[in-house]
Each structure stands twice: as structure tokens, then as C-alpha cells.
Design a binder for this molecule. Sequence first.
Ligand code: SF4
Length: 287
Amino acid sequence: MANISLENFKSNVPITWCPGCGNYLILNALQKALAELNLPQEQVAMVYGIGCAGNMADFNTGYGFHALHGRGIPVAVGIKLANHDLKVIVAAGDGDLYGEGLGHLLAAARGNHDITVIAHNNGRYSLTTGQASPTSHKGLKAKSTPTGLIETPFNPLLSALSVNATFVARGYSTQMMQLVELFKQAILHPGFALVDVMQLCPSFNKEMNHPWFASRIYDLAAAGHDRTNLSQAMAKAMEPEKIGLGIYYQNPESKPYHAQVPQLDKGNLLSQFTSQIDLKSAIQSMI
Ligand code: SF4
């Protein structure tokens, strides 16, 4: 198979997202990042969640798995453990990853499983028409919370850092070139990587529009942030009224989970077993 390029990774399926949706640029940034990394198509496995973000499954070619809601991360971890030579990437929304899938996210981060998680964070369950999600602000009046949301918002960066995630970054859906770089660095990072992408949703989150973001965002690196300093990263993740973009934290000594499993010293699990299993007849038996 050829290496990934923009031509061979984009599918012919018409994109159905709303006009102005941040998902367009996140998709473009991911496709561009993979093309620039020049990875062989057969060495990349995508796992998609459920929701507007998960519909990306239709718009990419390549190997992929459209998981159940909240269950993309365990699928990705399973793929990685079966063949740790693959680059494994999860793309899902904030409701999927920080709501139903939160336990999986924290467990994968604690284990330092070598997967990249891209969170399309628009602060709503948008495919189901705009209910409050884990990152919605307190007091939000939405269809699911007509008298105002009682819960305080979930902080994904701080939570990931608190369980020793080894790569934590934040992007914004209009900053495509920065997103490309964040995705590339996350994919190349040897260990668990979370890229939380603040995403415009003009249909169901009209409050967090571009002017709202423009008055809050700043570049972490330009502001002198030291990405190897965990306590500084945690402080940045708790900044009120400001949204730092870039890499909050990267552990330069990250050792991924699979590299600590002695049974995988002899090579990936798939290659260890394919010589012993008649895969052809096993597949035939399932057809
Ligand atoms: Fe994008 Fe929001 Fe429309 Fe979904 S509902 S496609 S997130 S703009």
C-alpha cells in the first residue's frame, strides 16, 4: 500500500456537517498531519466515536473502526496491544470521551497506552441537537437543562495531567496550522497523547463563537510556557478566562505501556501468532 497522502486518505463521501462547523478544519488538519508524516496506510488505524465528530469515519479512507459511544479508547488500546507497530488514533467528541468514556480515558492515560486521542470539544451533545455535555458551563440553559445546568464543567487537561498523561495539548478549530503540528507531535509521542480541540459548533453552541474564543486564546509557547514542567502545566490548565493553545505537558522520559510488557519483547503480538495460526481458514469460517 502507498503512504498516506491527501489524495488517497480523503474519501468521496459528501461531508454532512453544518456550515461553519469546526469539524471541517479538524478533519483537514488530521489529514494534512498524516500526509506530512508520510506514514504507510497499513500502519495507521483510526478509531471513531459516536456523534458529529465520529461521522469523520465516512470522510477518511484507511483502516478504521467506528466504535460504540464512549468505547473508542478500549478499542484503540486493544488494537495497539495486538499490533504495537501501528499508529492508533481516536477521534471523538467531548460527550463521548469525557462523559460515557471518561473511565477509559483516565485508564488509558494512567497506563500510558501509546494512542493519540483527539477530542472534538464543542461543549455540547450536538448530534442529538444540543444537550449539555461534560464541558458545558454551569448555568447553561439547554434542552436537557431548561432551568440551568447544575454541574460544574469537567476540566479534561487537568484531569489527564492528574493521572500522569505524558502528552497533553489543546488546539482550537480555527487554528489549523497549529492543529497540524499538535497532531503530528501527538502521533509521534511514545505514549498516551490527548489533544483537546476547542471546536466551534455554530448550530448548538452559539455562545462560544469565534469572538468569544478570540478574546481568550493565547499561544502557550510564545508566552514562555515550559512544556516539561508538570506543575506549571497544571496551573495553566486551571487558568480562569484564558485558553492557552499548544502543548501543556510532554514527559520527555515517557515509556509506553507496550514497551513494559515482557511478552511483547519478541515483536508485536500479531506477528508472534500469525506464524502459528491459519488466518485464512479462520477468516473463511466467519464468512
Ligand atoms: Fe458541527 Fe455542531 Fe453541526 Fe454537529 S451540530 S455538525 S458539531 S455545527
